[in-house]
Design a protein around this ligand. Structure first.
Ligand SMILES: Nc1ncnc2c1ncn2[C@@H]1O[C@H](COP(=O)(O)OP(=O)(O)OP(=O)(O)O)[C@@H](O)[C@H]1O
Ligand SMILES: [Mg+2]
Length: 124
């Protein structure tokens, strides 16, 4: 089973990754983590990569990481899931955004509505 995880550097997205790792371990799945970043945010994307790989190296799970330049994280997640035939997308319910009036962020909302596969929205 191929699992795609979206990471934006938030605690929520780290919790999503932890949940994805738990699932992958149980079913011998493979995890692909992506962070979508905009121009000028290369250093932030690199920090997210380091943090993610640092966490994943302690876990015995098949994994890879990609930083993707783009302005639309949900579209990138959905397009990759379609193109590479992922079975599951895992995202956090919230991210770095501060609009706490919403229980679910715009990226996770869009992923749920546009994904070609199952989506797990991790809440905490
Ligand atoms: N740039 C990104 N790259 C990869 N995954 C992302 C990105 N942004 C968000 N995600 C994923 O979507 C989840 C929910 O984040 P989302 O952006 O929807 O919430 P938010 O930041 O609280 O709200 P909003 O962005 O609408 O203000 C994150 O936990 C993460 O899994
Ligand atoms: Mg956001």
């Amino acid at each position: 089973m191929k699992i795609l995880v979206g990471i934006d550097g938030s605690d929520h997205s780290l919790w999503a990754l932890m949940e994805a790792v738990n699932i992958a371990k149980k079913i011998s799945g493979a995890i692909t983590v992506i962070t979508v970043y905009t121009q000028g945010k290369e250093e932030e994307a690199e920090r997210i990569r380091q943090k993610t790989l640092n966490y994943l190296k302690k876990e015995e799970v098949d994994n890879s990481f990609y930083a993707i330049l783009g302005a639309n994280p949900s579209r990138a997640l959905v397009d990759i899931a379609k193109r590479e035939h992922f079975d599951l997308i895992v995202v956090g319910s919230r991210g770095l955004g501060s609009a706490t009036a919403f229980l679910v962020g715009s990226v996770s909302k869009q992923v749920v509505s546009k994904a070609p596969c199952d989506v797990l929205v991790v809440k905490k």
